[in-house]
Design a protein around this ligand. Structure first.
Ligand code: CA
Length: 229
């Protein structure tokens, strides 16, 4: 059974999240503050962490930073509505996804399942990646959409491959910039927007439905997924 560490200082929310996760077949351990979270993360080695960013004591973002120093455990952060800065900073520090409060517990469970799936998929090295009609051949640097080939620059290819390795994951511009480091001389995050625009245009030229796979996450970054998934 996989264990989820839930870090939340509000007892009602914590109990609700625990109920839903247990009902979904997970074992749950919980902490009410950052100190407790770090101690439990070390001792219990959970398979994933649900972490409220608004905690007493150590700030939630510092908890993410501290966990990432020695662990790649998937982290889903809970953020206050409207707090885009925390959301972006959380992702930049290495959180895998975020859910905005007030949230539906069902949605949270779905996100936890998704980060676990992605982590497991990322652990298996793949030569080919596929998202719907989109296929990437990593060894040959080839992309096809609906069987038609798309000609991308090395930077565009690397961006798309980064998104495709973890479909549905939201990447910030900063993370995408890191991913293409060594392929590009541009140093501005806004350059990512230009590359994404080119990727979309080329996918669309090959298949009119192609461009809709690259989703803009307002105020955060980009994700690759099947429309409506
Ligand atoms: Ca809180």
């Amino acid at each position: 059974m996989r264990t989820i560490l839930v870090v939340e200082d509000e007892p009602q929310i914590s109990a609700l999240v625990r109920d839903y996760l247990e009902h979904a077949g997970f074992a749950v351990v919980s902490a009410r503050d950052g100190e407790g979270a770090l101690a439990l993360a070390r001792r219990q080695k959970p398979d994933a962490i649900v972490l409220d960013l608004g905690l007493p004591g150590i700030d939630g973002l510092d908890v993410v930073r501290a966990i990432r120093r020695d662990s790649a455990v998937p982290i889903v952060v809970l953020t206050a509505r409207g707090d885009e800065t925390d959301r972006v900073t959380g992702l930049e520090l290495g959180a895998d996804d975020y859910v905005v409060k007030p949230f539906s517990p069902k949605e949270l469970v779905a996100r936890v399942r998704a980060v676990l799936r992605r982590t497991e998929a990322a652990a298996r090295p793949a030569e080919r990646l596929g998202v719907g009609p989109l296929e990437l051949d990593l060894a040959r640097h080839r992309v096809t959409v609906g069987g038609r080939s798309v000609s991308l620059t090395p930077t565009e290819f690397e961006l798309l491959a980064t998104l495709a390795r973890e479909p549905g994951r939201v990447f910030t511009r900063g993370q995408l910039l890191d991913a293409v480091h060594g392929f590009s001389l541009e140093t501005y995050e806004r350059a990512i927007d230009g590359h994404i625009k080119n990727v979309r245009r080329k996918l669309e030229e090959a298949d009119p439905a192609g461009a809709s796979f690259v989703r803009t996450v307002h105020g955060v970054g980009y994700a690759l997924e099947e429309p409506g998934a």
